[in-house]
Design a protein around this ligand. Structure first.
Ligand code: F6R
Length: 243
């Protein structure tokens, strides 16, 4: 698509269509996987507009976020809890008990990751997982070299990710948490549908690696070549390296 705004609008309309076409019932809710970061902000804004216009309700939607930093207080402006509540959840009619974000302050982080996997299973699996990627091709915090069948777990962040995210921490790399909880590549692969948003020339190499070379754990997003219903929504700049 033309640019990041068009990508945001397109992605929001895709969610609108999937959620409104879904028929909820007793124990049947639409299950949506969600990312944070700069890329999906425009999509969230459009979804809030659609909600205000009465076009979409999140009452029968359950969400699972991809990841969360370890050790940042929940109300820290850079925590993904804070981001999700401020940028999206508080503006729509989702019920808090149905909006799941990993707890990066849990005393037992491994148990928290297992709890998250169990919750996804209990919800019946994810209908649509929306993701973003880093310039190094990471999806969620599945850094280069992550197993392509990985599940939700604690991950130490790659230097490139700390570099890319320091802009959110006063440009001070020492303030970026070193670890995060993240869904695995396998967790996202289990979703019925996956939609990955990729914008900007700085992601062009990652997109080319993801779709024009083989499946490779050094570019974890390449795993989605083997997903039955994966969609990459890109702007022109992100396609610069495609053949
Ligand atoms: C976000 C996430 C990451 C980001 C990626 C791109 O929950 O898991 O994979 O999607 O780091 O971030 P932005 O959109 O800020 O370029």
């Amino acid at each position: 698509l033309e640019d990041a705004d068009v990508v945001a609008d397109w992605a929001a309309r895709f969610v609108l269509q999937r959620v409104t076409q879904f028929a909820p019932g007793p124990g049947r809710r639409f299950v949506l996987g969600l990312p944070t970061g700069g890329t999906p902000l425009g999509m969230y804004r459009r979804l809030i507009e659609f909600h205000r216009q009465g076009l979409i309700s999140f009452k029968y939607v359950t969400t699972f976020n991809m990841d969360e930093y370890v050790g940042l207080p929940r109300d820290h402006p850079e925590s993904y809890h804070y981001y999700m509540w401020n940028e999206f959840f508080k503006h729509v009619d989702i019920e808090p008990e149905h909006a799941h974000v990993l707890d990066g302050n849990a005393t037992d982080l491994a148990a928290e990751c297992q709890r998250f996997e169990d919750l996804i299973k209990e919800a019946g699996g994810v209908h649509l997982f929306i993701g973003g990627i880093g310039p190094d091709g990471h999806i969620a915090f599945n850094e280069p070299g992550s197993s392509l069948v990985s599940r939700t777990r604690v991950k130490t962040l790659a230097y490139d990710t700390l570099e890319a995210n320091k802009r959110f921490f006063g440009n001070d790399i020492t303030k970026v948490p070193r670890q995060a909880l993240t869904v695995g590549v396998g967790t996202v692969m289990d979703a019925k549908e996956v939609m990955i948003l990729i914008t900007g020339a700085h992601k062009a190499l990652a997109l080319a690696k993801a779709v024009e070379e083989g499946v490779n754990h050094m570019w974890t997003v390449s795993a989605f070549q083997q997903h039955a219903q994966a969609l990459f929504v890109c702007d022109e700049d992100a396609t610069l390296e495609l053949r």
